[in-house]
Ligand binder design. Structure first.
Ligand code: C2E
Ligand code: CA
Ligand code: CA
Length: 440
């Protein structure tokens, strides 16, 4: 016998299944489309020409952490409403999770209009939100992918490319939009691969310190060595620190690498000094290491465990790292100084520091950037700049080192200008410890 269902039962069942279908494709917090629905909208079969805008809120974590999750949820709901308000009737607005949103539009596909739309979305988010008696101002980084009607990229690939473009917008300083292009994806993949390789390199001991002599210009004697990191990749050979240090600086890797560098080089120098070489060790610190609360204890530990006197260690920090957050930098340098180590300002002349700032930082050494030394023998301007840097540094009792000295002519000129010390290919290239000092 057939089951007889009443009319009201059928409507109810339909309503329930419609709700279940809706729930399966929508984000419960904002009522926006969820990832499933976004992916099906982006499905290559019937999407036509569309634009994907991938938004990630800037500094949302701070709001969540400092004001609590209920406030965070409220902010996300408001963001959802504003994005919906800015979008057309046939556009799809979705939340992919966390503070990531996406807008898919088939109406705005011309680059100029897309640009305007992205900025319109940012402006909508920037309107103040009042919570707990304060005004929050949001901003977002937006990755944009333009998809032609004939484009065969899968829905997953489009979201990934939009994510890559968003990441690039963040890397360029946040609060902006950035268009995806294929070169971007290749660069990104290369970076990711290199970052993984670098993690392996740390594990496998592929990183090692080279040492470059620093010479006293009056006596011609080697008085110090600068430790410079080297990476010998098992397949790609040597990779320049100029390439991999910035990569390491984007993650905590630089702190791991920096500590290992300190440990290895202080050990090396302590051994060489015990064998009679009276040399100072110079080690580079990156901006990010200055923010690491473990830096000062790590330096202290390296000195204590190797027996290298603090006065034989000079830490080099670039001018730009010092100028980034002067208050914080001054504090870390003061703690380092209290250990008794020497401090140098590196790449001097490339940033915008002033004499007054330098004086406050109580440094020992100033290194004139190579770009000023390169033209010194040919150009009167370069010579005049170097002359005034030396005078200024000497006025505040700093030892001056010229970087990148590549000829006898440059060395002679620098000596006559009163420069104290120099390093460069003319005086000695960075080489392995055994090559510079002989076997241990
Ligand atoms: P830097 O501290 O300014 O180091 C000097 C750079 O100039 C080194 O490049 C050195 O090999 C190069 N150099 C020395 N003499 C000459 C010369 O006569 N001519 C030319 N053209 N170049 C010369 P390198 O070894 O490639 O290092 C590049 C940068 O990477 C360093 O610049 C430093 O900022 C960073 N770096 C290297 N090792 C470390 C490290 O252990 N930690 C951190 N945080 N940064 C490091
Ligand atoms: Ca240096
Ligand atoms: Ca330098």
């Amino acid at each position: 016998m057939a089951v007889v269902t009443s009319f009201t039962d059928i409507t109810e069942t339909r309503a329930i299944s419609a709700r279940l279908a809706h729930d399966a494709t929508h984000d419960p917090l904002t009522r926006l489309a969820n990832r499933t629905l976004v992916l099906s909208r982006l499905d290559a079969h019937d999407r036509g020409a569309v634009t994907v805008l991938f938004l990630d809120l800037d500094k949302f974590k701070v709001i969540n952490d400092s004001l609590g999750h209920p406030v965070g949820d409220q902010v996300l709901r408001i963001v959802g409403e504003r994005l919906r308000r800015c979008s057309g009737r046939d556009d799809l607005v979705g939340r992919l999770g966390g503070d990531e949103f996406v807008v898919v539009t088939g109406e705005v596909t011309e680059p100029g209009e897309v640009r305007a739309l992205a900025e319109h979305l940012r402006a909508a988010l920037a309107e103040p939100i009042g919570v707990l008696g304060r005004q929050l101002h949001l901003d977002a980084s937006i990755g944009v992918v333009l998809v032609g009607a004939a484009d065969r990229r899968s829905a997953e690939d489009l979201l990934r490319d939009a994510d890559v473009a968003m990441y690039q917008a963040k890397a360029l300083g946040r609060g902006r939009h950035h268009f995806f292009d294929v070169g971007l994806r290749e660069r990104m993949q290369r970076r990711l691969r290199m970052e993984q390789d670098l993690r392996d390199a740390v594990q496998d001991g592929q990183l090692w310190p080279a040492y470059q002599p620093v010479v006293d210009l009056r006596t011609g004697e080697m008085v110090a060595v600068e430790a410079l990191l080297r990476w010998t990749h098992p397949r790609h050979g040597p990779i320049s620190p100029a390439e991999f240090i910035p990569l390491a600086e984007e993650s905590d890797l630089i702190n791991v690498i920096g500590k290992e560098m300190l440990r290895a080089t202080t050990r090396e120098l302590a051994t060489r000094r015990a064998a009679g070489l009276d040399l100072t060790l110079k080690v580079n610190l990156s901006a990010r290491q200055l923010d690491d609360p473990h830096l000062v204890p790590a330096v202290q530990d390296a000195l204590a465990s190797t027996g290298l006197p603090a006065s034989a260690l000079c830490l080099e920090v670039t001018e730009s790292a010092l100028m980034r957050d002067q208050e914080a930098a001054a504090e870390v340098l003061a703690s380092l100084r209290s250990l008794g180590v020497l401090l140098a300002i590196d790449d001097f002349g490339t940033g915008y520091s002033s004499l007054a700032q330098l004086r406050r930082l109580t440094l020992d050494t100033l290194k004139i950037d190579r770009s000023f030394i390169t033209g010194i023998a040919e150009s009167h301007d370069a010579e005049a700049i170097v002359t005034s840097i030396i005078a200024m540094a000497h006025a505040v009792d700093l030892t001056v080192i010229a970087e990148g000295v590549e000829s006898a002519e440059q060395a002679d000129l620098l000596r006559s200008l009163g420069c104290d010390q120099a390093q460069g290919y003319h005086l000695g290239r960075p080489v392995a410890a055994a090559e510079l000092f002989g076997p241990q």
